[in-house]
Design a protein around this ligand. Structure first.
Ligand code: UD1
Ligand code: CA
Length: 471
C-alpha cells in the first residue's frame, strides 16, 4: 500500500457561526471539531498530516499541537492559505509538504464524524492510482457538488463534479453528491492543481475540477458511495453543530447500551470524553461525563450528575445532583461508597471503600479511609481522614490561613461532633472525640474528648426586655 498523507482544510471563516472562535475550534462532545478530524486522520497511520489554516491561523495552529496523542509517529505541519481562494487553492498550499509517491486524503476540519474505516475503504477503492471520491445520495442535494456520470446507472463512469452554483437544471436534479472527501495519488494531483482556474460562478479555485482533468488524462475516477450522512456532515452554524452533537451522543449511548450499560434515557446522556463501564452499570437521566471516567461493576449514577476525571469503584452509588471533577489530580471513589445527593468531590479526593459523603459536603485534596463518613454540610480540604471516622454535620477543616494551605490529619475511629472547626495544621488522635461546636487549634491526644467552646451558662428566671410604649 502507498503511504498516506492527509490534508485537512481549515482555513475557512465560518461566518455563520457568528463567533470570535475559529469554526474548527468549536467543541463537539467536549473536543474541538478539528481535534476529531486529527484523531481520525491519525488512525490511518499517515506519514504526514498537513492542516491548511487561514482565518484564526495562530489560534488554530496553537490548539492543534495539543490534539496529537503521545506516541504518534507522524508529524503535523501547517500551511497558511491567505487569502482563501477556494478548496483547490487550499490544497495547493500543502503541496510543498507532500511527497510524490503517496496518496493524499483530503478532509475538512469542520466535518468531525467521519470514521477511519470509511476512509480506509476509500483508500482501498482508489488502489493508490485512481482518484477516489466519497459520495452519497441525498434527498435534498442543494448546495453540494453533484457527481456527473456518463449515464444514469451506478456503474456509469464518473465524468465530473459540478458545483451547485455552476450546475444546469438537469445536473441539479442529480442526487449523488460529493462529500468533500477524496483520496488521490499525489503525483497527478500536483499536475492537476497547477492547471486549475477560477472561471466559475464563485470565482474560486475548485478542488473538484481535478475530476475532469483525471478523466481527460485517462486516470480512473471511482466513487465510494456511503449512506451514513452523519459521517460527511459539516458544521456551518450553531444549529448544525447541535444536530451533530446529538447524533454523536446518540451513537455513543447506543454503543454503551450494547455493552450492557442501562441508560434511563439514551437521549439524556452526554459523554464528552471517554467513559469506561463495568458490568451492570446504570445511569439515570441528564448525566454529563467528561474527561476520563471509569465506572466499576454495579455502579449506579443518579439523575443530574456531572462527573469528570474520576474512577468510581464497584457497587458505589452516586446519588442525584452530585458534581465530581478530578481535573488533573483525579478523584477516586472506593467500592460500595455512597455519595450525594448534592455532594461535590474536587481534585485529589481519594475515598476508600464504603465511604459516605452526604448532601452539601465538599471534599478537596483529601483522603478518606475505608468506612469514613461525612454525611451533611461539611468541608474537608487538605485532610487525611482515618478509617471509620464520623464527621458531624457542619464541620470544616480550616485549611487556609490567608497565605498558606495546611493539612488536617484525623486518626482512625475519631468521632467529630457537629459544627466543629478544625484549624490546620492539626492532628486529631485516633479514637478521640471532638465535642460539638468546638474550634480546635491544637493537636489532641488519642482517645481523648476534646471540647473547645464557651461553657454553657443558664440564668434562672430571665425576663426578656419589653417593648416601650409609643409616646
Ligand atoms: C465543497 C465541495 C463540494 C462538496 C462540499 C461538501 C469544492 C469546490 N466543493 O463545497 O463539491 O459537495 O464541499 O461539503 O470543493 N476551505 C479552505 N480554504 C478555502 C475554501 C475552503 O480551507 O479557500 C475549507 C473550508 O474551511 C471548509 C472546506 O474547505 O473546511 C470546504 O469548503 P466549503 O467552502 O465549505 O466548500 P463547499 O462550498 O461546501
Ligand atoms: Ca465555498
Amino acid at each position: 500500500m502507498a503511504e498516506v498523507d492527509v490534508v485537512i482544510m481549515a482555513a475557512g471563516k465560518g461566518t455563520r457561526m457568528k463567533s470570535k472562535l475559529p469554526k474548527v475550534l468549536h467543541a463537539l462532545a467536549g473536543r474541538a471539531l478539528l481535534a476529531h478530524v486529527v484523531d481520525t486522520a491519525s488512525q490511518l497511520q499517515p506519514r504526514n498530516v498537513v492542516v491548511i489554516t487561514g482565518h484564526g491561523a495562530i489560534e488554530v495552529e496553537a490548539a492543534t499541537a495539543g490534539y496529537i496523542c503521545a506516541g504518534a509517529d507522524f508529524s503535523i505541519n501547517f500551511a497558511r492559505q491567505e487569502p482563501q481562494l477556494g478548496t483547490g487553492h487550499a490544497v495547493q498550499q500543502a503541496l510543498p509538504l507532500l511527497g510524490d509517491d503517496g496518496v493524499v486524503v483530503v478532509l475538512s476540519g469542520d466535518v468531525p464524524l467521519t470514521q477511519a474505516d470509511t476512509l480506509r475503504q476509500l483508500i482501498a477503492v482508489g488502489g493508490g492510482d485512481k482518484l477516489a471520491l466519497l459520495t452519497l445520495e441525498l434527498p435534498d442535494p442543494t448546495g453540494y457538488g453533484r457527481i456527473v456520470r456518463s449515464g444514469a446507472g451506478e456503474g456509469d463512469a464518473v465524468q465530473a463534479i459540478v458545483e451547485h452554483k455552476d450546475a444546469s437544471d438537469t445536473q441539479r436534479a442529480i442526487r449523488e453528491i460529493y462529500s468533500g472527501i477524496m483520496a488521490v495519488p499525489a503525483a497527478p494531483l500536483r499536475r492537476w492543481l497547477a492547471r486549475l482556474d477560477n472561471k466559475n460562478a464563485q470565482a474560486e479555485y475548485y478542488l473538484t475540477d481535478i475530476v475532469k482533468m483525471a478523466v481527460a488524462d485517462g486516470v480512473p475516477v471511482v466513487a465510494h458511495k456511503i449512506s451514513d450522512e452523519v459521517q460527511v456532515a459539516g458544521v456551518n452554524s450553531p444549529v448544525q453543530l447541535a444536530a451533530l452533537e446529538r447524533a454523536f451522543q446518540q451513537r455513543n449511548a447506543l454503543s454503551l447500551m450494547e455493552q450492557g450499560v442501562r441508560l434511563a434515557d439514551p437521549a439524556r446522556l452526554d459523554v464528552r470524553g471517554s467513559l469506561q463501564c463495568g458490568q451492570d452499570v446504570s445511569i439515570d437521566v441528564n448525566c454529563v461525563f467528561a474527561g476520563d471516567v471509569a465506572l466499576g461493576d454495579g455502579v449506579q449514577i443518579g439523575a443530574h450528575c456531572v462527573i469528570a476525571n474520576a474512577r468510581i469503584g464497584a457497587g458505589a452509588v452516586i446519588h442525584p445532583f452530585t458534581h465530581i471533577d478530578g481535573e488533573k489530580l483525579g478523584v477516586t471513589v472506593g467500592a460500595g461508597s455512597l455519595i450525594g445527593p448534592f455532594a461535590r468531590l474536587r481534585p485529589g479526593a481519594q475515598l476508600g471503600a464504603e465511604v459516605h459523603i452526604g448532601n452539601f459536603v465538599e471534599v478537596k485534596n483529601a483522603t478518606l479511609a475505608n468506612g469514613a463518613k461525612a454525611n451533611h454540610l461539611t468541608y474537608l480540604g487538605d485532610a487525611t481522614v482515618g478509617e471509620r471516622v464520623n464527621i458531624g454535620a457542619g464541620t470544616i477543616t480550616a485549611n487556609y490561613d490567608g497565605a498558606n494551605k495546611h493539612r488536617t490529619v484525623i486518626g482512625d475511629d475519631v468521632h467529630v461532633g457537629s459544627n466543629c472547626v478544625l484549624v490546620a495544621p492539626i492532628h486529631i488522635g485516633a479514637g478521640g472525640t471532638v465535642g460539638g461546636g468546638s474550634t480546635l487549634t491544637k493537636d489532641t491526644p488519642a482517645g481523648a474528648l476534646s471540647v473547645a467552646r464557651g461553657k454553657q451558662v443558664s440564668i434562672a428566671n430571665w425576663s426578656r426586655p419589653l417593648k416601650k410604649a409609643k409616646p
